[in-house]
Design a binder for this molecule. Structure first.
Ligand code: PMV
Length: 338
């Protein structure tokens, strides 16, 4: 029999469904996978087929405030979210896992400083911030490992947003997913920069959830993916250990392209890239051929994230005037009010 999310929550938080505060807030950074998560072995619990490795983006992320309320309300960046949207439904279903009584209602306010649903992992930081805020609201005092498992129940990649810096999400093998959580890799790389290049910040046409499922079910090359990611994680880990930027960048870019290649060979095909995405890729390759160490990675959207080092920041800003630059290892701002 399949294990449900309710069962996992009950195992972790036992009888602690008693509210200790009427309001609580928390911040979580968004994260960008350098070695991607693409495909689930359990759809209900968001258990991945493979491990994945990411870097959290410091000040870029979501602040979530949860308050007890007379009516159920979801707010996103200052606007009420309609009850018939997928966003509202996914969030409310997640809150159903934690309600002390069926008539406990919450007002959930999330503020992000990244475009929503544009392949910039906004659900990752949203669910991670939500779980951190719930931990305060109920005074659970759960470990980061348990918070990571709880965040995964909302969105897979959210389990990595519990931590700053480089993060490894171990796929695990247990049916209940108790061994599928993220851990802090503790490598520090202050010179690393991530540049965000927006091609289009509109809602994507197919969610990562549906797209990865279609890939698993119909892509004839999906069977090559686990070995591809495992190798990429090993090389990336060595690159982090040795501060080998070239190895880090080449591996991340190749892994991202391999993930999108799988989608191209899915039925029906999934293409997140737009014309502007390909133009930016070609520009990155041209700059690299001219000697500039810069690489890209792309998630479930048309936007690109560039990977480069502090020493090349000025040159890259000249090339990409609109680019937002993030220093993942600059001090993370803990936000307590939304
Ligand atoms: O956690 P989800 O369902 O938003 O999926 C994330 C998928 C990618 O962003 C494309 C890859 C990753 O590892 O973050």
């Amino acid at each position: 029999m399949n294990i449900t999310r309710e069962k996992v929550v009950t195992t972790l938080i036992k009888d602690k469904r008693v509210l200790k505060l009427d309001t609580a807030s928390a911040f979580a950074s968004t994260n960008i996978a350098l070695c991607k998560y693409w495909g689930k072995r359990d759809v209900e619990l968001n258990l991945p087929m493979t491990s994945s490795l990411s870097v959290s983006l410091g000040e870029l992320g979501a602040s979530t405030k949860i308050s007890l309320s007379d009516s159920e309300e979801v707010w996103l960046n200052g606007e009420a979210v309609a009850t018939n949207t997928l966003f509202y439904q996914r969030l409310i279903e997640f809150f159903d896992l934690f309600r002390p009584t069926a008539d406990t209602k919450f007002k959930i306010e999330t503020d992000t400083n990244i475009p929503i649903a544009a392949g910039l992992a906004s659900s990752a930081c949203g669910f991670a911030a939500t779980v951190k805020a719930l931990d305060k609201l109920f005074a659970w005092e759960q470990s980061d490992t348990h918070l990571s498992i709880l965040a995964r129940l909302g969105s897979g990649s959210a389990c990595r947003s519990i931590y700053d810096g480089f993060v490894l999400w171990n796929a695990g093998i247990a049916k209940d997913g108790m061994d599928s959580y993220a851990e802090d890799l503790e490598y520090i790389w202050p010179e690393l920069r991530v540049g965000i290049l927006l091609v289009d910040s509109k809602q994507k046409s197919i969610s990562s959830r549906d797209a990865m499922q279609a890939t698993v079910e119909t892509c004839p090359y999906y069977k090559l993916w686990p070995e591809t990611v495992n190798k990429a994680i090993k090389v990336t880990d060595e690159a982090l250990e040795q501060r080998d930027f070239w190895a880090l960048g080449t591996t991340a870019e190749a892994n991202s392209l391999a993930m999108h290649a799988l989608m191209l060979a899915t039925t029906p095909p999934i293409i997140y890239s737009q014309g502007g995405t390909l133009e930016l890729m070609q520009k990155v390759w041209r700059l690299r051929a001219e000697g500039l160490p810069v690489f890209f990675t792309q998630d479930a959207g048309p936007n690109l994230k560039l990977l480069f080092q502090e020493k090349d920041e000025a040159k890259l800003k000249e090339q990409f005037a609109e680019m937002r630059v993030v220093a993942p290892f600059a001090k993370v701002k803990e936000s307590t009010n939304v």
